[in-house]
Structures are given as structure tokens and as C-alpha cells.
Ligand binder design. Structure first.
Ligand code: BDR
Ligand code: CA
Length: 315
């Protein structure tokens, strides 16, 4: 099994991904680290604690940062994830709980140091905790087994942005952090929006999940409804895009994706703020800020049917 730290801003699709990790026999969740994003940090952390209580997770929850590295926090997209970050579905039976005392970025460092080469960090929110961990202890980049990110877009086909025409939310919410993460000497696999918008959980899929996946299935179906309403209203999609759970699926089975290798940079100023760009390995250009950077794998295609089947089977 692969040890996982899940860095997340729950978030409807974050909850779908978290319960997927918990259900997978291939994965061992060792910690959840929270970040602002889909809601403020107190709300995303409360949601992680709620999911832990309600679904009996044993992994500790570490609270992360409440704002980006250098710029003010963007308003949370309550029109996407609701005021409570979970589609305003009632959080029944919520018992007050506190996260661990240690901040998220320190937990990432300490766990990586205690388990060198064993942990895969799956990051599905703004990348601020990862950048803070790199800043506090640059060696953390050499101590992880891998880093898998949901963020950006490397559009061969499909949608290059969801907050602006070219920027995806997780990167847009902290472009400086994202650029530091992509230029650090670890290997990142990044699953972008152009790929995740090709994987859709339809209402029928969610009903089947409710019928087959017990209490988790019923909860996932409930939170999927407002999320699907958002996608229906904005994009004409019938169902929910599978963003964050796609990063988890990559850890379980890389062969679900076709990837393109190359260095990745993030636009940190101007009209294209938050855009992700890749210089494909082996392509020749003039000297640029893409040179001598670590080579990462960016997903460019996905077998959506097989990914959805993996999710359903696992749950
Ligand atoms: C990403 O942004 C958030 O709204 C989702 O949880 C996902 O991580 C999609 O752009
Ligand atoms: Ca997320």
C-alpha cells in the first residue's frame, strides 16, 4: 500500500476524493492537511474533521494556512461549494472537534522525515502548504515518494481555465506557491482541468453509488446534487466533474492517464495570472525560465470510463 498525505480544501469534490482514499485498499491515509480555497480555513478544516467523525477515519487532521503566500485571499466560491463548503448539505451529528496542534506544513515535513521515500503527497487545493513546507525545509522535496496535484490545465483539448479563461482555481488561488512547487526538485504528476472535466459522475452514477456504497454513497450522492446543479447551470454538463478524485485515481493506477513530460511554470503576474505552462521535454527553444527545471508529468488524456469504474468498485 502507498502512504498518503492528503492536502485538501473540502470542498465537495475534495470530500469525494477523501472517501475514495479511505476506501481504497491500495492506499493508507496517514494524514489530512487542510488549506483555504473552496471555503476559508476554519470551514475547510471543520469539514475535514466532520468527514473524519462521520466516516470513522483514523488519520489525524492538521490545519494549514489561511491565506496565499504573498497576495490577499480570493473570495471563496460559495456559488460552487456552498456557504459550508459541502454544498450546504446539513452536517448532521457534528460534534465539536479540534485539529492537531502542529501546523499542516510542519506535519508534512515531519511525516516525510519519519518515512523517507514512502509518502505520496496528494494536493488538491491551493499549493500554499507545500510551498511553506519547502521554505521551512527544502530537503522535504527529496523525502517524498511523489507529489500528485490536481491543478492547472495543460490543454491539448478541453478547458484551460475555470476562474479565468486561462487559470484553474487551485493555481489561481496561490500562483506564487504553485510556481515554487513546480520548480522544486521533486517529481510532480499534475492532473489538470482539461483532463478532469472529461470525467463526469452523472446523476445515474451517483444513484448507483448511493445504492451500493452504504452511508458514504448516500452522503456523496447528497453533496453531488448542488455541485451538479452548478455544472449544469454554467457548463451544460449533466453531473459533476471529477477533479480531486482524479489525482487519487492516478496514485492507484497511473495507466488511467496519458502524460506528457516537461518542466512547468506558473504565470505570476498580468492578464494570464495563474496559467500553467509546460515546456515539453526534448523540445528546443531559446534560453528561458523553463530551462534547468525539474521534469514533471502533466496528464493530457484520461480513460474516463475506467476511472469511474475504479471509483465505483472501490467505494
Ligand atoms: C479545483 O478547485 C476546487 O474548486 C476543486 O475542489 C478542485 O480542487 C478544480 O478547479
Ligand atoms: Ca479541491
Amino acid at each position: 500500500t502507498t502512504k498518503i498525505i492528503f492536502d485538501t480544501d473540502p470542498g465537495i469534490d475534495d470530500a469525494m476524493a477523501l472517501l475514495f482514499i479511505e476506501a481504497s485498499p491500495a492506499l493508507d491515509l496517514v494524514a489530512v492537511t487542510t488549506v483555504f480555497g473552496n471555503a476559508d480555513i476554519d470551514t475547510t478544516t471543520r469539514n475535514a474533521l466532520y468527514l473524519k467523525q462521520r466516516f470513522g477515519l483514523t488519520a489525524p487532521i492538521y490545519k494549514g494556512t489561511d491565506k496565499p503566500l504573498v497576495r490577499p485571499r480570493n473570495p471563496s466560491p460559495t456559488f460552487v461549494h456552498g456557504e459550508n463548503g459541502l454544498g450546504d448539505v446539513e452536517l448532521t451529528g457534528l460534534v465539536a472537534a479540534e485539529p492537531e496542534a502542529k501546523p499542516a506544513h510542519q506535519a508534512i515535513i515531519d511525516l516525510a522525515r519519519a518515512n523517507p521515500g514512502e509518502i505520496t503527497l496528494v494536493a488538491v487545493g491551493p499549493l500554499t502548504n507545500l510551498a511553506l513546507a519547502l521554505e521551512a525545509d527544502p530537503e522535504v522535496a527529496t523525502l517524498l515518494k511523489g507529489v500528485v496535484i490536481m491543478g492547472g490545465a495543460f490543454a491539448v483539448a478541453g478547458k484551460p481555465g475555470n476562474v479565468t479563461p486561462v487559470a484553474e482555481a487551485n493555481i489561481w488561488n496561490d500562483p506564487e506557491a504553485a510556481d515554487r512547487v513546480f520548480t522544486a526538485p521533486w517529481h510532480v504528476a499534475v492532473i489538470g482541468l482539461d483532463v478532469t472535466t472529461q470525467v463526469i459522475m452523472t446523476p445515474d452514477f451517483m444513484e448507483a453509488l448511493e445504492a451500493s456504497a452504504g452511508p458514504a454513497g448516500a452522503f456523496l450522492n447528497a453533496i453531488s446534487k448542488p455541485y451538479a446543479a452548478f455544472y449544469g447551470g454554467r457548463d451544460g454538463i449533466v453531473g459533476c466533474c471529477v477533479h480531486d478524485a482524479a489525482a487519487v485515481a492516478y496514485v492507484i493506477d497511473e495507466t488511467l492517464f496519458e502524460v506528457r513530460r516537461g518542466s512547468v511554470r506558473v504565470v505570476t503576474e498580468g492578464i494570464a495570472l495563474g496559467q500553467t505552462l509546460q515546456k515539453v521535454e526534448g523540445e528546443l527553444f531559446g534560453p528561458s525560465a523553463w530551462d534547468d527545471q525539474p521534469i514533471h508529468s502533466a496528464a493530457i488524456a484520461v480513460d474516463a470510463d475506467r476511472l469511474l469504474a475504479l471509483y465505483a468498485r472501490t467505494m
